[in-house]
Design a protein around this ligand. Structure first.
Ligand code: EZ4
Ligand code: CO
Length: 402
């Protein structure tokens, strides 16, 4: 079997998605997600101009060799644009391979390790009372795990709190919107939120929180410590993770479990955090960390150190990524949880998929491959629209992490 063509499909059914479609001489095709939020066209160009020409004529079943060719062969290796492109190729090839085998993808990885994939939803509100109600809405929908983010008194906006409660979308401006941030105001407020949540819902539901890279290590240590009584499932991205030593300091002060890695691209970004047991959950994804081939390597390393997976699954990761992630999650012996932000109806129509939500769990379905397709005619009706993620400034104007 040979790869005869590959194309990049850019569509914007409410938000931008980039999809790679690889076709073969035997009429089968495979799909990979190539969406890098706010930098979509950079990946589209990388695929079109540099990767696709190298794929034509190759045997699609040699996904390992193609991965190594694209990783080692680019010289300027790693980085989000390159790794997202590699991920898209790898996901499309695993999709194809499973279609050739006429099996759902999880079977090729080693079969089922569990019946369903526990997911967490995103509850948010402008203040504590609203966030507490929103968490209740997710629990009513059957969720066993909910991430809670709340507006902060004195700040006009903050990460994770949108205009629309169920479908918030942070990339909403042609140029980056400028938000104002205060760590002091945030640190005082968040423990009050979790106090109210446990008072209302008890200790059975899993509760999560995302600090979105905004704290220094000692601030993160203080937050983790002040949340200990509320027994979070995890505290996510407490600090910007390029300073990995920071996690040693956080760990010395708190037993609140830590999750990190949605912006990581390779095993090299998380190797020390895993080996030193500085984190509890690794959030690298199929989409940004080298596809199934590489994420499997990360999960296997993590398993040696009691670190479980918690794949990123915000709305900027397309249903193609979600489908592949659910097969991965169904297999991974050290699976922890999967993030699940629901896509809009338009997005679900552009990407018909086999996965289904039931009672707090997602199920990948039994369709051959990863079970997600693209309706190209419908996709063409939603042309690309430039959209950027916001940036943050401190109250005195200093640039900060968003
Ligand atoms: O801000 O995916 O845990 N989820 C997140 C996401 C990220 C977006 C960035 O594109 O942190 O909401
Ligand atoms: Co996050």
């Amino acid at each position: 079997m040979k790869i005869t063509s590959a194309k990049v499909i850019v569509t914007c059914p409410g938000r931008n998605f980039v999809t790679l479609k690889v076709a073969t001489d035997e009429g089968l095709h495979g799909l990979g997600d190539a969406t890098l939020n706010g930098r979509e066209l950079a990946v589209a160009s990388y695929l079109q101009d540099h990767v696709i020409p190298c794929l034509i004529g190759r045997d699609p079943c040699q996904s390992e060799d193609i991965w190594q060719f694209l990783y080692r062969g680019c010289y300027w290796r790693r980085g989000p644009v390159t790794m997202t492109a590699i991920s898209a190729v790898d996901t499309a090839l695993w999709d194809l391979k499973a279609k050739i085998a006429n099996m759902p993808l999880y079977q090729l990885l080693g079969g089922r390790s569990r019946d369903g994939v526990m997911v967490y939803g995103h509850a948010n509100g402008e203040d504590i009372a609203q966030t507490v109600d929103e968490v209740g809405r997710y629990l009513d929908m059957g969720y066993k795990a909910v991430r809670a983010q709340s507006g902060i008194p004195g700040l006009a906006s903050t990460y994770g709190v949108g205009k629309d409660r169920l479908f918030y979308e942070p990339a909403d401006a042609g140029l980056p919107a400028e938000n104002v941030w205060s760590t002091e105001k945030y640190l005082d407020h968040i423990p009050l939120l979790f106090d109210k949540l446990r008072e209302r819902y008890g200790y059975e539901p899993h509760l999560l929180h995302d600090a979105h890279h905004r704290l220094t290590p000692v601030e993160a240590a203080r937050l983790g410590k002040s949340l200990e009584d509320y027994r979070l499932f995890w505290l996510e991205d407490p600090v910007a993770a390029e300073n990995q030593e920071g996690f040693r300091l956080i760990r010395q002060h708190t037993v609140t479990p830590l999750a990190v890695g949605e912006v990581f691209n390779t095993i090299w970004d998380c190797k020390d955090l895993i080996q030193e047991q500085l984190i509890d959950y690794i959030r690298a994804t199929v989409l940004h960390a080298g596809g199934i081939t590489h994420l499997r390597r990360i999960a296997d390393l993590a398993a040696l150190y009691h670190v479980r997976t918690g794949c990123h699954g915000a709305t900027d990761l397309s249903p193609v990524c979600m489908g592949a992630a659910l097969h991965f999650d169904t297999w991974a012996p050290n699976f922890g949880i999967q993030e699940y932000m629901r896509h809009s109806r338009e997005t679900d129509e552009v990407f018909p998929h086999a996965y289904r939500f039931r009672d707090g769990f997602l199920y990948p379905g039994e369709a051959p491959g990863h079970g997600v397709d693209i309706d190209e005619k419908l996709a063409a009706k939603f042309p690309y629209q430039r959209a950027c993620l916001p940036v943050n400034r401190l109250e005195d104007g200093t640039m900060w992490n968003w």
